[in-house]
Design a protein around this ligand. Structure first.
Ligand code: SPV
Ligand code: MG
Length: 431
């Protein structure tokens, strides 16, 4: 009996999957691989049911002989261990990021003398509805909110990208790339005070109020499913912060990061060039504790951001503060630096991890941009935030187009640098 292999990366079995199994049966005994959570979240949506539940779903399909866990996006290990004679998949992997998986299977088929079979991808009204229902579920506050904690348990380092609008949210939601060991995508989104303010033409001094920030959050949430971390500036008055915690939690935000500054907050990238005052440990701890007391769910995270290195107060001050913030209830700490290399961040993390092996550490490597996510993870860092690159990419492009049209009295000269709207709107889902 020949061995036929197919891999499912789904939370719902629909007619498309049944069709694949029917076809597969024509060639031999069917083994289905269920993609692990770790592998799934590298290129697909976050699973809405557990791996065990997904395995059970597949086990119950008539015609399935065996079920295995596939824990890598690419099929090398499957070929090595299972030696399938056939691999069967829907034609949907001929395009986009999935094409890399198809190439990998083709290569392995050649190497092992197996055969690849493609069946027409089933996409009709009923499949579309199932698909949409899954997306809706992932986008709901109660499902979205807890996903950051889940990612922290699964990912070696959680990768977060800045967004400041529905469109930037969609880009981060849908960008999947092929990289060294398979495919990858962002895990979540950062709503930066700097970019949210800049997009409104305002300075980053806590001038854009929470009502406006919530407008941005809502715009992003309407069109995405990934978890959101909000840059909460100083958190404002403790008496206000406790209300905002509940509002953010109810909206489905996963975490708020508040920084230990007081008075008129300026952006950290200015460092000591502008006057900035750090809050006392006691006050800031009280704010953290009050926020933790106010929150209603276990999902929501309050992350304490320490500005000691930015304000050149030294490593000991940074360590003392961060340890105190954790004691006060912070679910994570963010340590910030504006140095051109990551040494002080690494020194901090190595020292912090000696006494605290578990509290999540967040960093924002804007100035020390040579550091890779893997290097950060090796120093015990759990979340990396690319805090402003989307806006910094858009701004020079927009300024250039404005200048060129004015100079040339027409837009023809700049046209080749512009994306046709037909391409842009591919991002936007139709209901
Ligand atoms: C932001 O993105 O608004 C931040 C990060 O607070 S930083 O600009 O580096 O201070
Ligand atoms: Mg900020």
């Amino acid at each position: 009996m020949k061995k036929v292999y197919t891999c499912f990366c789904t939370d719902v079995i629909h007619e498309g999957h049944l069709n694949i199994i029917r076809e597969a049966r024509k060639y031999g005994e069917v083994t289905v691989g269920v993609l692990s959570d770790e592998a799934t979240i590298r290129f697909n949506r976050f699973p809405t049911i557990s791996l065990e539940e997904r395995i059970n779903l597949v086990k119950n399909i008539p015609g399935v002989k065996d079920v295995v866990i596939q824990d890598e996006v690419m099929y090398d290990r499957i070929f090595e261990t299972l030696h399938p004679d056939y691999v069967i998949h829907g034609t949907n992997w001929q395009e986009g990021a999935l094409a890399a998986i198809r190439s990998n299977v083709m290569e392995n088929c050649r190497k092992y003398g197996a055969q690849m079979i493609e069946v027409p991808y089933t996409y009709n009204e009923s499949v579309k509805k199932i698909d949409e229902r899954t997306v809706d579920r992932l986008a709901m506050p109660e499902f979205r909110r807890g996903r950051l904690r889940k990612l922290l348990a699964i990912r070696p380092i959680v990768k977060i990208m800045e967004v400041h609008s529905g469109l930037t949210g969609l880009i981060v939601e849908k960008t999947v790339v092929q990289e060294r060991d398979g495919l990858d995508q962002y895990d979540g989104m950062w709503i930066s005070s700097l970019c949210d303010s800049t997009d409104r033409g305002k300075p980053d001094i806590e001038l854009v109020d929470m009502t406006s920030r919530l407008r941005t959050i809502d715009d992003v949430m309407e069109v995405t499913t990934k978890p959101i971390i909000l840059d909460g500036d100083t958190g404002g008055l403790t008496e206000h912060f406790v209300y905002n915690v509940r509002t953010l939690e109810r909206a489905g935000v996963s975490a708020v990061i508040i920084e230990d500054k007081t008075g008129l907050k300026k952006n950290s990238l200015f460092g000591t060039e502008v006057k900035q005052t750090q809050d006392t440990i006691e006050n800031f701890c009280n704010k953290i504790a009050a926020g933790k007391k106010a929150q209603r769910t276990d999902d929501f995270m309050i992350i304490a951001r320490c500005e000691s290195l930015i304000l050149e107060k030294g490593m000991d001050d940074a360590l003392t503060r961060c340890r105190a913030y954790v004691k006060a209830g912070a679910d994570g700490i963010m340590i910030h630096s504006r140095k051109k290399d990551p040494k002080e961040i690494f020194d901090f993390c190595d020292a912090f991890r000696k006494t605290d092996p578990t509290t999540p550490i967040v960093v924002v490597p804007t100035s020390y941009n040579q550091v890779t996510a893997e290097e950060l993870a090796a120093h015990g860092i759990n979340i990396v935030i690319y805090a402003n690159q989307m806006m910094r990419a858009a701004y020079p492009a927009m300024q250039n187009v404005a200048e060129e049209i004015l100079k040339n009295h027409r837009s023809m000269e700049i046209e080749k640098q512009l994306m046709p709207f037909k391409e842009i709107i591919k991002l936007i889902d139709e209901i």
